[in-house]
Design a protein around this ligand. Structure first.
Ligand SMILES: Nc1ncnc2c1ncn2[C@@H]1O[C@H](COP(=O)(O)OP(=O)(O)OP(=O)(O)O)[C@@H](O)[C@H]1O
Length: 678
């Protein structure tokens, strides 16, 4: 273990000793160096770097311009932090540096005297401080080690850099990718112990800003075991879609939840916390600043706050089947990609799995491809209307053009106009200075998909009609008429004709939109559910894994009502696959989300769905009988009996959660939750 000498001078002396051991005698000075510095020296030596090489060099002006362009987002979020950081260290013979993920210095701020010294060793914008260019140094080594480091004086591999002391901390995005690195460099005699803490904290602020801006249109869940940490730099951040899909997590969230980053895509909100997402959303809408207590899957207590523009919902039992709330479904679609399918595969033909009504719709759509006929797609929420619209776009001659979607139900009425038509700078209060190009214009040469067209305010219906007639759009605040060439596809879950009869939708617009009317069947009406399930299983499980549903589950699926249609089925399959153990290939009832499990239980007598007490009693004869007897005699509380049975079953199954859940006749999720509660 390294001995940290008290003074800068003593440290400099011990480093000289370390260098002569390493470079002179070829020995590893493990007791004299931090392990990350030693590993870096080894990497440099293996790369053939010469420690006596001159450390200077000219900046690459073109390279840095390109790097700044590539890293625009990083720079915009880091700039204010850099400036603030520099304020903290001003007049201390130091500089602060932002470098990209390849070690290229993008920006620096510093005291004039130190900047000119730093320039002599090329520590300035336009030079790369990757380890293989500059040897061991805080920027390059933090990137290589993926962690914060101090590199002091002669710890620098190149002798010419030994006058420096540097502290750097990497910056990662919500997917854990390296975005860049933040560094404070000074003269080694001005070494400050707190520099490392400062760069760590500052890079954390930048990460937080990147995270929040990336997911500004999604749900952001901030949580921590300590309520006072929520809202502070210590909080954990999770990005979630309204359907409960996990879109990103910061390092703190992964640590608090005991997850690896690669687990994220296999998890769903409902598998991590006990409070249904709907409850959090409702709470956030009613009182955005309030904290709510939630428990993790192992019973850990957290305090959480949800931010985001979620559509209203009234606390359904689980986020998975929230799809039955049509508003919710409509909202989430605008915010998340519709499907994980590569666009080139998503054609009309790809949607065909044998249902006659769907096939008729596909045939009709195929026949009008390339003709200038607007389509109106009607169908229940989650039936695949947007998917159909995308497939239609991808199958026709405009496939290379843009597909632009706007959900009229998901944004406030007052914003639809500016979103759709665009505006010039300063057109209205709150408008962006530079103005914005509207969706109609964005769709030029491609397809404009207007979802929930029935929710378009009457006043805008007239403007939309004019665009369709004149094929020109006039952004707000301008007199300019811009020609547009778009194919229009609209969708609604309402019967638009009835809306017309009620006076809520203009008749002339209705006929203008309704060149071809496609009615998509709801899932329960489809004759190809089994084939669709196979297809979704293949897509979700991936090419290397074969997963099937059991007979019982298939039977129950075929009878189930599927109020959330394909969206709900998709979510159920996603969760079930995530709940499978690595060696399991068949989805059984206990792999289903709790609420589906229970509902399916009600429609399928052969499926185990007895009330918890009875099922458990069947599953664990001996202790259960005692417990049942105790209950009958009024000697125990139900919860105690349940706890007792769970403990015994777990014991009998050697702690294996899957087997215990199976024996108890409850899902693994439920078992986790119950364990958390005890
Ligand atoms: N044929 C299909 N194959 C695979 N997944 C599908 C299919 N059709 C729909 N889905 C999936 O179901 C979900 C809902 O589809 P989509 O958004 O197209 O429905 P919608 O009818 O537009 O819903 P809403 O009215 O709520 O906006 C999406 O996640 C989509 O990926």
């Amino acid at each position: 273990m390294m001995q940290v000498p008290f003074s800068v001078e003593a440290r400099a002396v011990s480093l000289q000793e370390a260098r002569s051991l390493y470079f002179g005698r070829g020995e590893l000075p493990e007791a004299l160096l931090d392990q990350n510095v030693l590993r870096s020296w080894e990497r440099c030596r293996q790369a053939g770097l010469d420690p006596t090489r001159l450390a200077g060099g000219e900046p690459d002006v073109r390279g840095v311009t390109e790097a700044r362009e590539r890293n625009r987002t990083l720079i915009s979020h880091a700039q204010p932090v850099l400036e603030h950081l520099f304020e903290q260290i001003r007049n201390s013979h130091s500089m602060v540096i932002l470098a990209d993920a390849r070690g290229m210095v993008l920006q620096s701020y510093g005291d004039a005297d130190f900047l000119s010294r730093a320039e002599q060793v090329a520590l300035r914008p336009g030079t790369s401080w990757h380890e293989f260019e500059r040897g061991t140094n805080a920027i390059g080594t933090a990137l290589a080690e993926r962690g914060a480091v101090n590199v002091f004086g002669s710890e620098h591999f190149f002798e010419g850099n030994a006058f420096l002391t540097c502290s750097a901390s990497p910056i990662q995005d919500a997917q854990g990718r390296l975005m860049g690195v933040l560094d404070i460099s000074s003269d080694y005699r001005a070494f400050q112990r707190h520099s490392l803490g400062l760069v760590k904290m500052s890079s954390r602020i930048i990460e937080k800003r990147l995270f929040e801006s990336e997911f500004a249109h999604q749900g952001l869940l901030s949580f921590h075991a300590r309520p006072d940490h929520v809202g502070s730099l210590c909080e954990a951040l999770l990005a979630i879609s309204q359907d409960g899909d996990l879109l990103g997590a910061d390092q703190t969230a992964l640590e608090l939840l005991g997850l690896r980053r690669e687990d994220l895509s296999r998890r769903h909100y409902s598998m991590l916390f006990d409070v249904p997402l709907g409850t959090l959303i409702d709470r956030a809408r009613r009182d955005p600043s309030s904290l709510i207590a939630i428990s993790g899957r192992n019973g850990e207590r957290f305090y959480a706050r949800l931010r985001g523009n979620f559509a209203p919902m009234s606390a359904p039992p689980s986020a998975i089947v929230d799809a039955r709330g049509e508003r919710l479904a409509a909202r989430s679609r605008q915010e998340a990609p519709t499907a994980a399918l590569p666009t080139d595969r998503l054609t009309l033909q790809f949607l065909s799995t044998g249902d006659e009504r769907l096939q008729a719709a596909i045939d009709k759509g195929t026949r009008i491809l390339g003709r200038d006929i607007p389509i109106l797609i009607q169908g229940e929420s989650g039936a695949g209307k947007e998917m159909f619209a995308k497939a239609f776009h991808n199958s026709g001659p405009r496939a290379q053009g843009p597909f632009v979607a706007l959900n009229c139900a998901a944004i406030p009425e007052t914003l639809i106009e500016s979103e759709l038509f665009g505006y010039s700078g300063g057109a209205f209060t709150g408008a962006r200075k530079e103005g914005a190009v509207g969706k109609i214009q964005q769709a030029h040469g491609g397809t404009l998909f207007l979802d929930e067209i029935g929710d378009m305010p009457l006043s805008l219906q007239a403007r939309l009609l004019r665009v369709l007639q004149e094929r020109c759009v006039t952004p707000l605040g301008t007199n300019k008429s811009i020609p547009v060439d778009i194919t229009l596809v609209c969708a609604t879950h309402r019967r638009l004709k009835e809306e017309v009869a009620r006076g809520g939708f203009r008749e002339d617009l209705y006929y203008r939109l309704n060149g071809l009317c496609i009615n998509l069947p709801s899932l329960r009406e489809r004759s190809d559910i089994d084939r669709l399930i196979d297809k979704l299983l293949r897509e979700e499980a991936g090419p290397d894994r074969q997963v099937e549903v059991s007979h019982k589950v298939m039977e129950a699926f075929l009878k189930y009502r599927w109020p959330g249609n394909i969206r709900q089925l998709n979510n159920v399959i996603k969760v079930a696959i995530a709940l499978l153990d690595d060696d399991e290939t068949i989805i059984e009832t206990w792999h289903l989300p709790d609420d589906i499990f229970e509902e399916i239980g009600q429609i399928e007598p052969s499926v185990s769905h007895a009330p918890v007490g009875r099922t458990m009693a069947d599953a664990v004869p001996q202790p259960a009988t005692q417990a049942a007897a105790a209950a009958a005699a009024g000697m125990g509380r139900l919860e105690e009996i349940e706890r007792d049975m769970i403990n015994r079953t777990l014991e009998a199954e050697n702690g294996n959660i899957s087997s215990a859940a199976r024996r108890l006749g409850i899902s693994r999720n439920t078992l986790y939750r119950k364990l958390g509660r005890f």
